[in-house]
Design a protein around this ligand. Structure first.
Ligand code: ZN
Length: 300
């Protein structure tokens, strides 16, 4: 990826660890990739905000993986938004879509009503392809349907890692996505139980008294600034910094494989009813056309 150093919409993520090793922190800005996702899926503001927050959560979780591993998050609720699916890898490639991009609700208490659009009842499923035989899967109920709190609940409940998550996406109905980003703070198992608790408490208090992620980013703060605010006097070291981008892994070969999984009978039915098949990638909306001859090749 190109970076001129002047482009304020270059997305990136920073990962740090406290010097004694018991608390890790990640923060990122995802404004450009959220803009791209909202453009591709033609979202209305509430659906766009929900998608932006989920993509940011995916980027943060991806940064905890090793090279070659992937994570998929599925938020499924009972309301108009239906679901959000996000996938990310360790190198900063993120993709995602929302079930109903035209879902939009009036603001509630001056905030985007993501819980209203998602529905309070539902599930968050996390699938991790760790390169093992069986993928890892964790499921929790949606906690508040605000996305960030659901992720924090998932980490604490399913992975048993006490975590604080802050996600923010701001969309102006006229101007589009103005800011998007977030942070993830996790308390790691430590020898010095007491000391760790004290630090976690300090950090928790600071997060509670901080302005929202969206406000912080709109004021021009960087991911580094976010982490400085959260960690304050706790010394920490930067472990990694990488760019983030909306990037899809779809290809003609993958679409072909998806067609094959329909079964020969189903493909023959498509040939006789429609001749060819027009497919859109759910994640990036890219269009793939398979003509009759190509479909016939799949059922030989
Ligand atoms: Zn795609």
């Amino acid at each position: 990826m190109m970076n001129t150093g002047e482009d304020s919409f270059t997305d990136y993520l920073v990962r740090v660890i406290s010097r004694e090793g018991s608390i890790r922190g990640l923060a990122c800005v995802t404004t450009a990739l959220t803009q791209e996702a909202c453009r591709l899926h033609n979202t209305l503001p509430t659906a766009g905000v929900a998608l932006g927050r989920a993509l940011t959560g995916g980027a943060l979780m991806g940064a905890l993986l090793k090279s070659g591993q992937r994570v998929a998050l599925k938020f499924e609720g009972s309301c108009p938004l239906k679901k959000i699916l996000v996938e990310a890898d360790s190198k900063g490639a993120v993709r995602g879509y929302v079930g109903e991009p035209q879902a939009d609700l009036p603001p509630r208490d001056g905030k985007f009503d993501v819980p209203g659009a998602m529905g309070r009842a539902g599930f968050l499923t996390v699938n991790k392809d760790l390169g093992m035989k069986e993928p890892y899967r964790g499921i929790v109920q949606l906690y508040t349907s605000e996305i960030a709190e659901d992720l924090a609940w998932y980490f604490t409940e399913s992975e048993q890692i006490p975590s604080a998550v802050g996600l923010g996406t701001h969309i102006d109905p006229e101007k589009g996505v103005l800011a998007s980003g977030g942070f993830l703070i996790q308390s790691l198992p430590s020898q010095k139980e007491g000391e760790n608790e004290e630090m976690t408490e300090k950090i928790t208090l600071r997060i509670q008294s901080m302005p929202s992620v969206t406000e912080t980013l709109r004021d021009g703060s960087s991911p580094e600034n976010l982490l400085e605010t959260i960690f304050a006097e706790i010394p920490c070291d930067v472990l990694e910094k990488h760019y983030l981008a909306f990037q899809c892994t779809c290809s003609r070969e993958r679409m072909e494989r998806a067609l094959i999984t329909l079964g020969k009978e189903e493909i023959r039915a498509i040939i006789s009813e429609q001749g060819g098949a027009d497919l859109n990638c759910e994640f990036c909306r890219r269009f793939y056309r398979f003509n009759q001859e190509e479909l016939e090749g799949l059922v030989l």
